[in-house]
Design a protein around this ligand. Structure first.
Ligand SMILES: Cc1cc2nc3c(=O)[nH]c(=O)nc-3n(C[C@H](O)[C@H](O)[C@H](O)COP(=O)(O)OP(=O)(O)OC[C@H]3O[C@@H](n4cnc5c(N)ncnc54)[C@H](O)[C@@H]3O)c2cc1C
Length: 393
């Protein structure tokens, strides 16, 4: 009698989920059909978020940073299920999908990421744009094009949040609008890029200064209106005229993940064992932005693509070990460094105490990211396009 294949269900086709599926697809267990992988993802395209800014300046095209799953998974033994998980019964090992279908699993990988955190701020939802997805980038492109086509001499953009997302966005938008742009960057904290090294902060500050980006620190946003933003800086209330507001201030856990009924931290992120398994459900792995994976008792692994990418490899190996009845390995995060784009063609690359800035860093960052794109074939196509562009300059 034929044995039923082992069912591995992966929820989310981002850095955690897609890369886990791709790693798993190379294993004999999957190739021979003893194990079946289903990747559940609502979108058509994977998104390589670190390169999303390049869409705004036309440095990269949509197909380069957001290849379709159909293309990425062609020829791989991965069932792509275009749907959205809406509920999981961890006890019954069942996933309920938005279309009403249900999937049962032997092993589950949870990697649905997070969502933009909106605070209770008047005008935020109505007037501000977010920058997380391809749709966000395309919406912003449209708004910038309309502004560029207008008669206005100065185009005033406010970016709220001076973390990496805010700083990179402010520099790229400023370069796109060149002389016409008047960008300001607003943050509650006392410094930009709170969690980054002094070298990265210094390079970013120089890039901000060179672009005349106005920085408001220790400043809260009180209200956003169609053409102005009200700021509170100590006792001062500042009214800043704007044409466009961009909100980059934070990520939070998706609601149904918060209500999953397993061990979670105070923000609803899933707590895991060092092997990436849920504490009470060893058949379930949690990775990426939805998980709180501890590096030590007091320190969590950062919620970044870099970390999710490393977790994907570990989760795939541990799933294999679990099926083979072998010992599972602990996840060790290795911080390889930080790379930030600081305008068109330029970046800071900071790794193991060495900082490289400017055009050369911009090129290095691009090459490193191309090497991290999901499949060999896609990497090669993007690289070929880059060489063609350089040749035609
Ligand atoms: C603009 C931007 C720039 C960034 N730049 C960097 C950078 O330079 N370096 C870096 O290290 N990190 C960067 N990050 C952070 C990085 O993108 C995340 O940390 C990383 O994507 C987390 O991986 P993940 O797999 O947890 O989630 P994601 O990559 O977000 O993937 C989650 C996937 O789950 C899908 N999904 C959502 N809900 C469901 C559901 N209910 N059912 C099924 N699927 C679902 C989503 O569609 C998505 O495809 C950036 C993020 C943004 C937004």
């Amino acid at each position: 009698m034929n044995k039923k294949p082992i069912a591995i269900c992966i929820l989310g086709g981002g850095f955690g989920g897609l890369y886990t599926a791709l790693y798993l697809s190379n294993f004999d267990w999957v190739r021979s059909g003893r194990c079946q992988i289903t990747l559940v993802e609502p979108k058509d395209n994977f998104l390589f978020t670190p390169l999303l800014y390049e869409i705004l300046t036309g440095e990269l095209q949509r197909w380069e940073i957001a290849p379709s799953y159909q293309k990425l998974l062609a020829g791989k033994k991965i069932n792509f299920c275009q749907d959205k998980a809406r509920r999981i019964d961890l006890k019954k090992r069942q996933v309920e999908l938005e279309t009403g279908a249900a999937l049962t699993y032997d092993y589950l990988v949870l990697a649905v990421g997070g969502k933009t955190r909106f605070v209770n701020l008047p005008g935020l939802v109505t007037h501000a744009l977010t920058f997380r997805s391809l749709a966000d980038a395309e919406r912003l492109q449209e708004r910038l094009s309309v502004l560029e086509a207008s008669e206005r001499q100065r185009l005033r953009i406010a970016v709220i949040g001076a973390g990496s997302n805010g700083v990179e966005l402010a520099c790229k938008v400023s370069d796109r609008l060149s002389g016409r742009g008047q960008v300001c960057l607003i943050d509650r904290g006392e410094a930009i890029l709170k969690t980054f090294s002094s070298g990265v902060k210094k390079a970013a500050s120089q890039a901000i200064k060179a672009r005349n980006i106005q920085v408001y620190l220790e400043t809260g946003v009180k209200e956003i209106e169609e053409d102005k933003i009200i700021l509170a800086c100590g006792d001062r209330i500042i009214t800043h005229p704007v044409d466009l507001v961009l909100w980059t201030a934070g990520t939070e856990t998706i609601n149904w993940v918060k209500n999953l009924g397993c061990q979670q931290n105070s923000q609803g992120k899933l707590l895991t064992r060092p092997t990436l398994q849920l504490i009470d459900y060893p058949e379930v792995f949690a990775l990426g932005d939805l998980a709180d994976i501890r590096q030590s008792k007091t320190k969590s692994v950062p919620a970044t693509a870099q970390a999710a990418y490393q977790q994907a490899s570990c989760a795939a190996k541990n799933l294999k070990a679990l099926m083979e009845g072998k010992r599972l390995k602990r996840f060790h995060y290795l911080h390889l460094g930080d790379m930030l784009t600081l305008g068109k063609g330029v970046a800071i690359v900071s790794s193991f105490g060495i900082n490289l800035e400017g055009n050369l860093a911009g090129k290095l960052r691009r090459l490193i990211y191309i090497q991290r794109l999901p499949t060999m074939r896609h990497r090669w196509q993007v690289l070929k396009n880059l060489f063609l562009k350089v040749k035609n300059l």
